[in-house]
Design a protein around this ligand. Structure first.
Ligand SMILES: N[C@@H](CCC(=O)N[C@@H](CS)C(=O)NCC(=O)O)C(=O)O
Length: 276
C-alpha cells in the first residue's frame, strides 16, 4: 500500500489556493448536476430545496477528522461541499473560524442553519438525520437501544482507548517528518506498542463478531478508518494489523467499502463538491 497523502496535498494545494474557497455554482447548477447523478428514486425523495442545501464541511481534505465526516456523508448518500480551511496558513485559528469551532480545529459543519463541531458528534448527528434518506442506507447507528449502545460503546473505545495511541504514531512517524520537524522516536515506539495491545483486544472481539458493534458496518467501524489509514499506509505500521487474522480481515473489509474508496478519490481529485 502506498501513502497517498503527499500526492493529495499537492493536487489540492494546486486547486485550493487562497482562503475558504466556496463553490461558484448556483442553486440551479447544483440541482441539475445532482439530478443527473442521483437515482430516480432518490431524486424523487430529495426536494429541490434539499439539493440546494448541501451540507458544508469546513476543513482540510487530507485531515483525519474531516475525512471521518466526509465518509459518513458518502455512506449516507448526502451531497456536500468541502469548504477548504488552510491549516498551514492557520486559517483555523482566525476569529471567524473560532467563532464556529472555539478550539480552533477542523472540522465543523453547516447543515442549513444548523452548525456543529466535533467529528464524532457530527457523524452521530448525520447518521440520525439521514439514515433513512434512501433505500440501502447502512444502519450506521443501530436500530434498537441495545444496538445503539453497542455502537456507542465501540465509538467510545475508538475515542478513548484507540485514538490516543494512533494519533502520536501518525504525528511522529508521518506528520512531523513531512514538515521537516524531528520526530520523538521514543514516543512513537511507545505508542506503537500500546496500539498493538489495543489491537489484541480487537482481535479477540473480532473473532466473534464481523464488525465492532455486531454483524453490520456502523459508525463504530467508520470512526476508526481515517487515522488508521495513515498508521497503515503512511507510517509503515501495517504489520500490527496484518499479523492479526481477524483485525486484518476487518480492516480489508471496511476499507474496501465503495464509500471509503469514493472519499479517497475525492481527496485525491482536489474537488470541492460531492454528489452521490
Ligand atoms: N475532537 C476533534 C479533533 C479535531 C482535530 O484534532 N482536528 C485536527 C485535524 S484532524 C486539527 O484541526 N488540527 C490542527 C490543530 O489542532 O491546530 C474532532 O474530532 O473534531
Amino acid at each position: 500500500m502506498r501513502c497517498r497523502h503527499a500526492q493529495a496535498n499537492r493536487s489540492s494545494d494546486r486547486s485550493r489556493k487562497g482562503t475558504c474557497k466556496r463553490s461558484s455554482r448556483t442553486g440551479e447548477d447544483i440541482k441539475e448536476a445532482a439530478g443527473g447523478i442521483l437515482s430516480a428514486q432518490a431524486a424523487q425523495k430529495a426536494s429541490s430545496e434539499e439539493i440546494k442545501m448541501v451540507v458544508k464541511v469546513y476543513g482540510k481534505a487530507q485531515a483525519v477528522c474531516p475525512q471521518r465526516v466526509m465518509h459518513c456523508l458518502v455512506e449516507l448518500g448526502v451531497p456536500f461541499e468541502l469548504v477548504h480551511i488552510d491549516i498551514d496558513a492557520m486559517e483555523h485559528k482566525l476569529p471567524e473560524f473560532m467563532s464556529k469551532q472555539p478550539f480552533g480545529q477542523v472540522p465543523y459543519i453547516a447543515d442549513g442553519d444548523f452548525e456543529l463541531f466535533e467529528s464524532r458528534a457530527i457523524v452521530r448527528y448525520l447518521a440520525a438525520k439521514y439514515s433513512d434518506r434512501r433505500h440501502g442506507t447502512p444502519n450506521l447507528l443501530g436500530r434498537t437501544p441495545e444496538e445503539r449502545a453497542r455502537v456507542e460503546q465501540w465509538m467510545d473505545v475508538e475515542a478513548i482507548n484507540y485514538n490516543p495511541w494512533a494519533f502520536p504514531v501518525v504525528l511522529n512517524l508521518f506528520v512531523l517528518p513531512m514538515h521537516g520537524v524531528p520526530e520523538n522516536k521514543a514516543e512513537a515506539a511507545a505508542a506503537v506498542e500500546k496500539l498493538d495491545q489495543v489491537l489484541e483486544v480487537y482481535e479477540k472481539h473480532l473473532s466473534k463478531s464481523k464488525y465492532l458493534a455486531g454483524d453490520e458496518f456502523t459508525l463504530a467501524d467508520l470512526t476508526h478508518i481515517p487515522a488508521t489509514r495513515y498508521v497503515v499506509e503512511c507510517c509503515g505500521m501495517g504489520r500490527i494489523f496484518d499479523e492479526k487474522k481477524h483485525v486484518k480481515a476487518w480492516w480489508e473489509d471496511i476499507t474496501g467499502r465503495p464509500a471509503w474508496k469514493k472519499v479517497m478519490s475525492f481527496v485525491e481529485s482536489g474537488a470541492s463538491n460531492y454528489y452521490p
